[in-house]
Each structure stands twice: as structure tokens, then as C-alpha cells.
Design a protein around this ligand. Sequence first.
Ligand SMILES: Nc1ncnc2c1ncn2[C@@H]1O[C@H](COP(=O)(O)OP(=O)(O)O)[C@@H](O)[C@H]1O
Ligand SMILES: [Mg+2]
Length: 344
Amino acid sequence: MINRDQISNLRKLFVENYQSAPQKDPEFKPADDSSRSVPGQIRGLHQKIASAQNEQKARASAASVSAPVRSIAVTSGKGGAGKTNFVANLAIAFSRLGKKVLVLDADLGLANIDVIYGLRPKYNLFHVITGQKRLSEIIIEGPCGVKLAPGGSGIVELANINESERNHFLAEMSELEGQVDVILVDTSAGINKNVLCFLKACSEIIFVTLPEPPAIADAYGIIKAVAAQDAGIAQKLYLVVNRVTSVVEAKDVYDRLALVTRRFLNIAIEDMGYIFEDRVVASAVKAQSPYILASPVSSASGCIETIARKMLNIGGEKYGAGSASDRLKNGVRSFFHRIGELFN
Ligand SMILES: Nc1ncnc2c1ncn2[C@@H]1O[C@H](COP(=O)(O)OP(=O)(O)O)[C@@H](O)[C@H]1O
Ligand SMILES: [Mg+2]
């Protein structure tokens, strides 16, 4: 394998040989043994450079095809913590940082992602599960190339699908393989089987809470419910404190929650930051234009950017390497496979 330095050395050798050849031998003629002649060596160097470059290209494209997919669920226990607004804007931030993002709207409530994006989806996962539509027909494109898969009544339907419907559904989901780096799941309010299945199917969970004690108690409740499902949590857990008025307030909420989850559940949760209370959030919802685009210099937008960068840095460490089988396990199809298995 030839690395970058070796290529530049070969280039230097090429230039030196090329320039020195006529001076050394003005009546130079190609010898029969071309590999020992200067042009022969130059041709050989050319070939080495070309093959090293091809090798590098092949490695780069293999890495891009088989890059692992991150599945991140966003939840809060009760509604109103700001999950949907957070997901809608975080997806755009990821996309602008070069990630291919799929948002799965698994929230059955009102004011969903499509409303925030100003979109009107006609179909949802229900139509894919029942074979009425292809996956490509229900996925709509949001701002900055974010893909949105509206869950609709399909989210409830997932619990009732039979073997052949499940196989059809998974085959449809395979279409997305290679087209998605990050799946962001916006979950419904409440701690029910449906929500817990989505949390279990994802490899990372972001808990969103408000600084008020009832919201912190809700966040603790959902963390406890996830922990109670199996012995131990395999997912990476993060906390985002929404609608804070100071950094100290955010830190205080994180410290309190992290302390009780560690002490009573033996669970570590990572501080993923905070979002300031900001009027632009409500205005953006009304205008159906995400605040990260409508008000890019607002404090809320700055917070989202910071969280997005931090999340991707973590991903860089954790997901940068990995064996082929790890990558397979982290694919889009296997994500939906886990959902199918957990629901049944
Ligand atoms: N950082 C924030 N600053 C001000 N208002 C916010 C903020 N985040 C969310 N909100 C408001 O809180 C309400 C609930 O947000 P939403 O994203 O729908 O929550 P959830 O999906 O958790 O139910 C919305 O009216 C929204 O405008
Ligand atoms: Mg919501």
C-alpha cells in the first residue's frame, strides 16, 4: 500500500529523472529493457502513482458505502418538552454538517415535524406496511435535503404486522441502505410499549427535559422504564435541557438527574447541552419555517449547532471504525428489523 508521502516522493523522483535524463544522455534512445531505461522507470512510476491513487479512491468509496448508520431516538416522558422542535432543527444542523439524515416521525400527536417543515405528507408508513405505496412514495424531502418518513397510523400498525408484511416492509426499508447516515426518531409522549420499542431499537437516546421539577421527574421515569426492560442498557444516553435561561440552570438540572440515575439505576447519562428559552421557536412554528434557517443567529439556533457538532464528534470516535459485521448490524435494514422484532 502506498501512502500520500510515498506518492509525493515518487512524483519528486519522476520530475528529477525527467529533467536529468537529456543532460546525462543527449542521444538517449530507449533500450530494449524498458524497465531499466529512464522512460521505462518513469512509466513504472506513473503506473505506481495511478494504482496508488485508484487504491485510495476505492478505499474512500468503500468507506462511504459501508459507513455505519446511527439511530438516535429523542424522547421525554411527557409531551411539551420540545422534542419535535429539537428533532426538526437538529436534523437540519446534521445535514448542513454533511450527514444524510432520515427523520422518522413516530409521534402520533399534533404539531409534528411535517408542520414545522411546512410540508403536507399524503402518505405514511401505514401505506408501506399495507403494500399500498413504495417507500420512495411516502418519504418527502424537507429543508437542506433532510428526508422525512411520516409514521402516521403505521406506527401503531407496526405492532400488528404479520410475517409477510414484515418481510415486505423490511425489503422496502433496504432501499435506504447507503442513502442515510443518521436516523433521528421523534417519539410520542408517554411511556408506553410503542415508545419503548423505538428507544430499544435505536443505538442512542437523547432525553429532552425542561428545567422544572415535574419534567425532570418525567425524564427520570422514562430512563427508569428503559432500564427496567432488560438487564442493563446497551444504548448511549444523553440529556438535553430545553428552555433554560442560563448555563448554570442547565448544568444544575443535568447534575441532579445524572446523580439520581447513577445512584438508583446505576446508569450513566452524558451531558449533551441545553437550548435557551427563545421566542424564535414559537415564531418559527407559526411561520412553518425551522428556526435554525429562519433565525440562524438566535440563541436557540446556536445551541442546536453546538449539540449537533458534539453529537457528531462522539459519533466520529465511536462509529469511525468497526468491522464489516458491525456496519451490517448498524444498517438501515437492521434498524427496522429490530423495530419489527421488538414490536411483535
Ligand atoms: N427552546 C424553546 N424556547 C421557547 N419555546 C420552546 C422551546 N422549545 C420548545 N418550545 C415550545 O414548546 C412547545 C412544545 O414543543 P414541541 O417541540 O411540540 O414539544 P414535544 O414534541 O416534546 O411535545 C411549542 O409550543 C414550542 O414552541
Ligand atoms: Mg412532539
